[in-house]
Design a protein around this ligand. Structure first.
Ligand code: S3P
Length: 454
């Protein structure tokens, strides 16, 4: 037997766990230069999934080498799919066809990724084998009833921990039946889960959305040659088709670009060009909202790559004003609110957000986590059931709890550009789920940030 040269004792392992990464930020600064932020997380997950289920070889570039998308990649490897890379954002997926997945030998661990778990749940419900989905503490506290309900109506058999939480045990060998499902909430994950289960269902599967949500699944399915009908709020497909391999170029993630859109908007003298950012109309709520607040954002070189619109985005400092956030923009900016709350804190006047109760079931309760951090920095705010009221004003320094949520961490890092004192953002390891290298890039563009072990 080969013994490892060094195996830390239980006590040392606990000590190692105790060293987490914090960000330390000096106040002030200006953001300047050009950058391409990492690949889109939503599109990266889907590229692996559809590439794996296609017939033939799909080449993906611009893939996000963040922990969330890598967990999806590992899950498909565990189901027998040969995947080369990632190497500098390049991944080659040797598709096995819709019916070529193999039973995984162990539970599939999706880490922190709600998208990975909810979409996979739809796919796995239609497989001939049993499977189990699990994740980290945050993911295991998130609601999965929203996907279990429609899948059960389609004939799936899924067990969960109390309250519809992971781990999820999916019994294979169930013949699914297409249904019509009225989504109770605006959720692209639930929509996508139903459509992916629909690939394995008899007949037609359709969903109606209460409001438009990101449509990457529909676009990518069409890119792989699958017919998906969109008629107003209804999206439908028929089971029993095939996916043909195709090449995918993943644009930079507008959700990651958001930290710099907000940062440059609030830091006097800033002027940034963010290259090759996805500007899918179902994702640009952040641009619409920032522009309503007075931001100076222009889109350059608008083009389409692989069925997704992209542009270079120029953002320059401009004084912001508080607004009532239009309800129709909420699902289009759902991941961007933590950063937008920092914009609101730096704006003149009051910003009011309603209709965003979904923020409470993200990687953390983002309304509570942001309200707490804003209060720490001295920003006056009032928490609402479905949103928040923020009064713009001066920001001080302080120590911020992130609740292990990547977007809370990066939002308060950017806040330092307008704070008057040092900010310590605790527990930032999860930043690597969506934005590996955030601190290095932010430092290059002008943020006074250092990563320290704490
Ligand atoms: C995502 C959908 C959204 C979003 C998440 C990614 C997706 O979640 O918040 O980060 O890739 O489909 P909901 O479907 O829960 O709104």
């Amino acid at each position: 037997m080969n013994l490892p040269l060094f195996w830390p004792s239980a006590a040392i392992q606990n000590d190692l766990k105790a060293y987490v990464m914090h960000f330390k930020l000096q106040p002030g600064g200006t953001l300047k230069g050009e950058a391409r932020v990492p690949g889109d997380k939503s599109i990266s997950h889907r590229a692996i999934m559809l590439g794996a289920l296609a017939e033939g070889t799909s080449r993906v570039n611009g893939f996000l080498e963040g922990e969330d998308a890598l967990a999806t990649l590992a899950a498909f490897r565990a189901m027998g799919v040969e995947i080369e890379g990632p190497d500098n954002g390049n991944v080659t997926v040797h598709g096995v066809g819709l019916h070529g997945l193999k039973a995984p030998a162990h539970p599939l661990d999706l880490g922190n990724a709600g998208t990975g778990m909810r979409l996979l749940c739809g796919l796995l419900a239609g497989q001939p084998f049993d499977s189990e989905l699990t994740g980290d503490a945050s993911l295991c506290s998130r609601p999965m009833g929203r996907v279990i309900d429609p899948l059960t109506k389609m004939g799936a058999s899924i067990g969960s921990a109390e309250g519809g939480r992971p781990p999820l045990k999916i019994r294979g060998g169930q013949q699914l039946q297409g249904i019509h499902y009225d989504l109770p909430m605006a959720s692209a994950q639930v929509k996508s889960c139903c459509l992916l289960a629909g690939l394995y269902s008899r007949g037609r599967t359709s969903v109606t959305e209460p409001a438009p949500t990101r449509d990457h699944t529909e676009r990518m399915l069409r890119g792989f040659g699958y017919t998906v009908d969109s008629n107003g709020a209804e999206i439908a497909l028929h089971g029993g088709g095939r996916l043909q391999a195709c090449d995918i170029e993943v644009p930079a993630d507008i959700s990651s670009a958001t930290f710099f859109l907000v940062g440059a908007s609030i830091a006097p003298g800033s002027d940034l060009l963010l290259q090759h950012v996805g500007i899918n109309p179902t994702r640009i709520g952040v641009i619409n909202i920032l522009r309503l607040m007075g931001a100076d954002i222009t889109l350059q070189q608008e083009r389409e790559v692989g069925g997704e619109p992209v542009a270079d985005i120029r953002v320059r400092y401009a004084p912001l004003r508080g607004i009532e956030i239009p309800l129709d923009q909420v699902p289009l900016a759902i991941d961007e609110f933590p950063a937008l709350f920092i914009a609101a804190a730096c704006a003149e006047g009051r910003t009011v957000l309603h209709g965003a109760e979904e923020l409470r079931v993200k990687e953390s309760d983002r309304i509570a986590a942001m309200a707490e951090g804003l209060s720490t920095l001295g920003v006056s705010n009032e928490v609402l059931d479905d949103g928040i009221i923020i009064d713009g004003g001066d920001m001080g320094g302080g120590v911020i709890a992130t609740y292990n949520d990547h977007r809370i961490a990066m939002s308060f890092a950017i806040a330092a550009l307008r704070a008057s004192g040092e900010i310590t953002v605790q527990d930032c390891d999860h930043v690597a789920t969506s934005f590996p290298g955030f601190d290095t890039l932010a430092r290059r563009l002008g943020l006074s940030i250092s990563a320290v072990a704490g």
